[in-house]
Design a protein around this ligand. Structure first.
Ligand code: ADP
Length: 254
């Protein structure tokens, strides 16, 4: 079975101040359908938004975000566990930081756990370990972590479900004539160095961290697919019917 990593940004599963159980339910239905064809690993943001429903402190400082993440993470897992249970699936939690993959020993320990969970039909749900690593809550919203997860845990494909339905030739929020690029086989330094976009209200990464994730995977002969997380039909068609209707595939040299 091929192995896929699905990364969902906080914006995709959060309404204004909280995680939307309805959106998580849709996502879990998709994960279940995928699990019939693939080994599925989920990288999910959303702990901070969930924490804010439990403790009303502003998410204006890094330490407050860490506090909210620590509070929200178990509730977020509860929401996932409940939603997956409807499909007879169980979730497991792994909190990692990109730096953990610098150690071959740590990576092997984690890979053994991932392999064991997948063999038992359980969906690993990964988030950054925000109490000790802050790079993803400051910059990245798990885009970078998900590319490391995909590479080091031997996935065939990373799928980023975003608030945007693909990679455009310019920012579609600024340029109405922006055109989607369905296939990308290389990324220039100029594209990667663009820092003008700051991403959505809930997200922190914007397109740049997604392109950096794609570049890392392409350099390592792996693929990444970027598609809408609000309307899952493009991701469904691509993964379940082998049919690319929308979205952007970033293709590494095979
Ligand atoms: P998420 O929260 O889903 O992880 P972000 O909101 O952080 O995603 O980043 C996606 C945003 O990046 C899009 O909504 C879009 O406005 C912006 N963006 C800037 N340039 C581009 C581009 N060339 N193609 C697509 N999106 C772009």
């Amino acid at each position: 079975m091929k192995r896929v990593v699905i990364k969902v940004g906080s914006h995709v599963i959060s309404d204004d101040h909280s995680v939307s159980e309805e959106r998580v339910a849709h996502l879990c239905e998709f994960l279940y359908d995928l699990s019939l064809k693939y080994e599925v690993i989920l990288v999910s943001s959303g702990a901070i938004s969930t924490g804010q429903t439990k403790l009303d402190i502003p998410r204006t400082t890094v330490v407050n975000k860490q506090i909210l993440s620590a509070i929200g993470q178990p509730y977020l897992m509860e929401i996932y566990s409940r939603a997956l249970a409807k499909f007879g699936k169980k979730a497991a939690q792994l909190l990692l930081s990109a730096g953990d993959f610098d150690s071959r020993k740590k990576t092997n320990h984690a890979l053994n756990v991932i392999n064991g969970l997948l063999k038992n039909g359980i969906i690993p749900i990964i988030n950054e370990n925000d109490a000790i690593a802050i790079s993803e809550i400051v910059y990245g919203d798990n885009d970078r972590l998900s590319s490391a997860v995909s590479f080091y845990f031997d996935a065939d494909l990373l799928v980023i479900l975003s608030d945007i339905d693909g990679y455009y030739d310019s920012d579609p929020r600024e340029n109405k004539n922006a055109k989607i690029r369905h296939l990308v086989t290389s990324l220039s330094d100029e594209e990667l160095n663009k820092t003008s976009d700051t991403g959505s209200k809930h997200g922190t990464g914007g397109i740049t961290t997604k392109l950096l994730a794609a570049k890392f995977l392409m350099d390592n002969k792996k693929d990444m697919f970027l598609a809408s997380g609000f309307d899952l039909s493009d991701a469904r068609a691509f993964l379940l019917d082998n049919n690319q209707i929308g979205g952007t595939i970033f293709k590494g040299e095979q």
